[in-house]
Design a protein around this ligand. Structure first.
Ligand code: NAD
Length: 433
């Protein structure tokens, strides 16, 4: 099948590349010429395990190409995939400027009937707006479908190739049949729905996962006060098939380009129909507060943070990605700076992206974990990169000026900490303090 993918971010690039690997003819389009030039040279603008190899393989096979020429790409395609960003507006609503802009451009470019498949996360009713855009600006018939994306950054290629399910929300038989054919090699778990339900499935899924995270974080906070261990509590809960063990890891809360914006957007979607989503509002509030436990714990140990040097390990919102959008590290570091601390920060992959958003005289970006920890008054682990797990607490203690470790992701075990003189605080494991 011939595909044009509009937007070569985490979703568009990975989907386009994976669809080409299945034998489809794929043109990836982006407005940003620097991004397209990079891809045309065989370089990859994002860090995603396995992606570079697949790009090389499929470009060489002639099934995959990159362009800024949207018109040519959509004219050549049977299916046009919308994968542009839908970031938050200041009030939390999804900003539809990019998706409606792309829809208009496609409408003005098409030269025949097309299937339009929306992968971007969009509020309920948006695909109807997209359809109207085509009615207004094109003479050619289009079949619209909402096919929300569920990949996770850091394992995006694997997730795309092995999806838990594919949701196809459409009223068009043609779109249904073509999109089903496109996804059949990936899974048998295909659920057909109406468009609005498909749009809602994406928000409801992310809101539910965010709820699990805030739930276990609150349990962790209570564990700290009653002397229970949240990792054992989560394990005990997770064996119950009705609950499941995933998304029950206590920590400093969720971040990234999806959960924060999608939870806020769903609160707004509900608000527009006069429904106050009280549960989700609490989930967001709990998450916002959870990251500041790192600061509270530092103040418990060091009292006044002014003039203290704090090492930060991990700037990405989670491991195996260079994405720093809504990473908890921003608020934690900003809060340290407000308290007069000096920060030495290190991340295996995401430092450049982070620095572009936070340049400050009192933040030194370091080239290694050791560099950051050396002579610091405390070390805070904010992202559970494997690299950090492989460094022993004894080594950490030797590097630090004062033996204080705040483990925001519970990466160290009781055994590893035995016989060290570290003052150690993790999340919901008071027995290890
Ligand atoms: P992104 O910001 O990484 O990429 C979007 C790209 O679209 C950018 O490169 C931008 O230049 C390009 N673009 C914008 N307007 C364009 C236009 N008119 N023509 C061509 N290119 C255009 O976004 P992303 O993280 O890939 O997310 C895309 C969508 O998928 C969002 O709605 C997001 O919520 C959703 N989603 C993201 C993830 C994720 O993990 N990142 C997972 C599931 C769903």
């Amino acid at each position: 099948m011939k595909l044009a993918v509009i937007g070569t971010g985490y979703v568009g690039l990975v989907s386009g590349v994976c669809f080409s690997d299945l034998g489809n003819d794929v043109t990836c389009v982006d407005k940003l010429s620097e991004k397209i030039e990079l891809l045309q040279r065989g370089e990859v603008p994002i860090y995603e395990p396995g992606l570079k190899e697949l790009i090389e393989k499929n470009t060489e096979a002639g099934r995959l190409r990159f362009t800024t020429d949207l018109t040519a790409a959509v004219q050549h395609a049977d299916i046009v995939i919308l994968a542009v960003g839908t970031p938050s507006l200041p009030n939390g609503e999804a900003n539809l400027t990019y998706i409606m802009g792309a829809a208009r451009e496609i409408a003005l470019s098409i030269n025949g009937p097309k299937v339009i498949m929306t992968k971007s996360t969009v509020p309920v009713g948006t695909n109807e707006k997209i359809e109207n855009e085509f009615r207004q600006f094109s003479l050619h018939p289009v079949s619209i479908a909402s096919v929300p994306e569920f990949l996770r950054e850091g394992s995006a290629v694997r997730d795309t190739m092995n999806p838990d399910r594919i949701i196809i929300g459409t009223t068009s038989d043609k779109a249904r049949q073509m999109i089903e054919e496109l996804h059949r090699p990936l899974t048998d778990q295909i659920l057909f729905t109406d468009v609005r339900s498909a749009e809602m499935i994406k928000y409801a899924s992310n809101a539910f996962l965010a709820t699990k995270i805030s739930f276990i974080n609150e349990i962790a906070n209570i564990c700290e006060k009653v002397g229970a261990d949240v990792t054992l509590v989560a394990e005990g809960m997770g064996h119950d098939k009705r609950i499941g063990s995933s998304f029950l890891k206590a920590g400093i809360g969720y971040g990234g380009s999806c959960f924060p914006k999608d939870t806020q957007a769903l609160i707004q979607i509900a608000g527009h129909v006069d429904y106050e989503f009280k549960l989700l509002k609490s989930v967001v509030e709990v998450n916002r507060d959870q990251r500041f436990n790192v600061i509270r714990k530092l103040e418990t140990i060091l009292d006044d943070l002014s003039g203290k040097t704090i090492a930060i390990w991990g700037l990405a919102f989670k491991p195996e990605t260079d994405d720093v959008r809504d990473s908890p590290a921003f608020e934690i570091i900003t809060s340290l700076l407000q308290r007069g601390a000096v920060v030495k920060a290190y991340d295996p992959i995401a430092t450049d992206n982070f620095r572009q958003n936070l340049e400050h005289a009192k933040v030194k970006y370091c080239h290694s974990a050791k560099d950051a920890a050396q002579n610091a008054d405390a070390l805070c682990v904010l992202t559970e990169w494997k690299e950090f797990r492989n460094i022993s607490p004894t080594e950490i203690q030797a590097w630090l000026a004062r033996p204080n470790l705040i483990d925001g992701r519970n990466i160290y075990t009781e055994e590893e900490l035995e016989n060290t003189g570290l003052v150690y605080y993790s999340v919901g494991r008071p027995n290890m303090n």
